[in-house]
Ligand binder design. Structure first.
Ligand SMILES: Cc1ncc(COP(=O)(O)O)c(C=O)c1O
Length: 439
């Protein structure tokens, strides 16, 4: 009889007690179970000592890669031991990190810290409602804003006869059992990068909208960039109708630069969320924004932002260490990262072409997206989704895992800054072999 691997043995134990994957959005069930014991740079090892290249990077949180010594030392140096905060006592690290965000992020007149991206988005919704006295918000197809009932999934709605709520219907991969039936009636879900459509929605409903919520570059929907002038026009419309504009920079933040996408694209939102990479993989998030909105948390009656772990010292120390490394030597790490990532994207494209595949490839630093599709650019998810060969895309993903490299399903790669030319060359050799097999 074939001996059971350690992975099979631990998986049997796990399945008996733990119901489903620890984060169970659809798609992750495509992966066979792998139990990781440790990592270094862009490489990880499982309990059976198999080595993998990792292009999932903790879903983008691990911006510095694994076992980054400077980061670990900096975190340890800031904390003699783990200590706890409560609302009556604060850590001096809190102002250090807040001042860094204030320095780099154009919208950060005020800063507050929480634990996860999901919570940060919910605080933004509450602040916007309090500020405007309105209830509805607008979100967009392909944009992800966390796992709460009011932002998870819902199909895009282009019917302007009635309010364009995003209904939970067939084909919505984020449909969840147990959702409050009213939750999707808090927001409209419309196509992104389509200013004429947004204008029409606002002509009808502008006075009822508290917030427009979007990823400034739509990383979750295919690393789609805003069309020239789109964000500027959205900004003008928000000003015209008195709507709060929030950029959800939970992916773009610290990846596109220390000031987020807004510092690259030159449009300043009223509120911004940061999470994932902000603390190099330790749970931490932030909401930053305009003083008059954020100060609603200090007035009476006020906007409540409560949390046992808000501004906890380990998260603060980790954020301080991460930003410290990213800002060092005038952002030298970003320059190195760009060079190595370009080797990967150019090589990947060249291999696809050589094997006769038409490929869409678009990216920001650290978040690459591809599909087998005859497109040079996609402006939103609606552009690539109907014309992509999803079966071949999944064959490439699972083939890469067999070869020893993890990428995310639906064509996404999170490339962290520890990636080396050697890692890239290895990944390209694997890609070449898999593409040959899936022709
Ligand atoms: C843009 C964006 N916003 C919000 C979230 C939710 O963050 P978290 O998973 O930390 O709750 C995510 C997570 O993937 C995200 O990509």
């Amino acid at each position: 009889m074939k001996k059971m691997t350690k992975t099979q043995a631990i998986h049997e134990r796990t399945e008996k007690i733990i119901p489903g994957q620890h984060s169970n959005l659809p798609g992750y069930e495509l992966f066979s179970p792998v139990y990781i014991t440790h990592g270094k740079g862009s490489r990880i090892w499982d309990i059976d000592s198999n080595e993998y290249l990792d292009f999932m990077s903790g879903l983008g949180a691990g911006i510095l890669g694994y076992g980054h010594e400077e980061y670990l030392d900096a975190v340890k140096k800031q904390l003699d031991n783990i200590y706890y905060m409560d609302p009556a006592r604060r850590s001096p690290l809190e102002i250090e990190v807040a001042e860094k965000l204030h320095k780099y992020v154009p919208s950060a007149q005020r800063v507050r810290f929480l634990l996860t991206g999901t919570e940060a988005v919910q605080l933004v919704i509450r602040l916007s409602r309090a500020f405007t006295g309105r209830n509805l918000f607008i979100r967009f197809d392909g944009h992800y804003h966390g796992s709460m009932d009011n932002v998870l999934g819902g199909n895009v709605n282009t019917d302007l006869e009635g309010p364009p709520y995003g209904f939970d219907m067939k084909g919505d991969i984020f449909a969840t059992l147990g959702r409050d039936p009213h939750a999707l009636r808090q927001s409209f879900k419309i196509p992104w990068n389509d200013i004429e459509f947004l204008k029409k929605v606002l002509e009808k409903y502008g006075e009822q909208i508290a917030l427009i919520l979007m990823e400034p570059v739509n990383c979750n929907g295919g690393s789609c960039w805003p069309k020239p002038g789109y964000l500027e026009r959205v900004r003008e419309l928000c000003d015209k109708y008195g709507i709060v504009l929030c950029f959800d920079e939970i992916i773009t933040g610290f990846r596109m630069g220390l000031g987020g996408a807004q510092s690259v694209l030159g449009v300043v939102p009223d509120l911004t969320t940061f999470g994932k990479a902000i603390a190099g993989g330790i749970p931490f998030s932030a909401v930053v924004g305009r003083a008059d909105i954020m100060d609603l948390m200090t007035k009476s009656p006020k906007v409540i932002c409560a949390g046992t772990f808000n501004s906890y010292p380990l998260g603060l120390a980790a954020a301080n260490a991460t930003i410290g490394i990213l800002e060092k030597d005038d952002g030298a790490l970003y320059k190195h990262w760009d060079t190595v990532q370009a080797r990967l994207t150019e090589g990947f494209k060249e291999i696809a072409v050589r094997h006769g595949f038409k490929m869409l490839l678009q990216f920001v630093r650290g978040c690459i997206f591809y599909q087998f599709a005859d497109l040079t650019v996609a402006h939103n998810m609606g552009d690539w989704m109907p014309v992509s060969d999803h079966v071949r895309q999944e064959k490439l993903r699972s083939g890469l895992v067999e070869e020893g490299a993890f990428i995310i399903f639906r064509g996404r790669w999170f490339v962290n800054s520890s990636i080396t030319n050697e890692d890239v060359d290895l990944a390209l050799e694997m890609t070449d072999r898999v593409m040959k097999r899936i022709k």
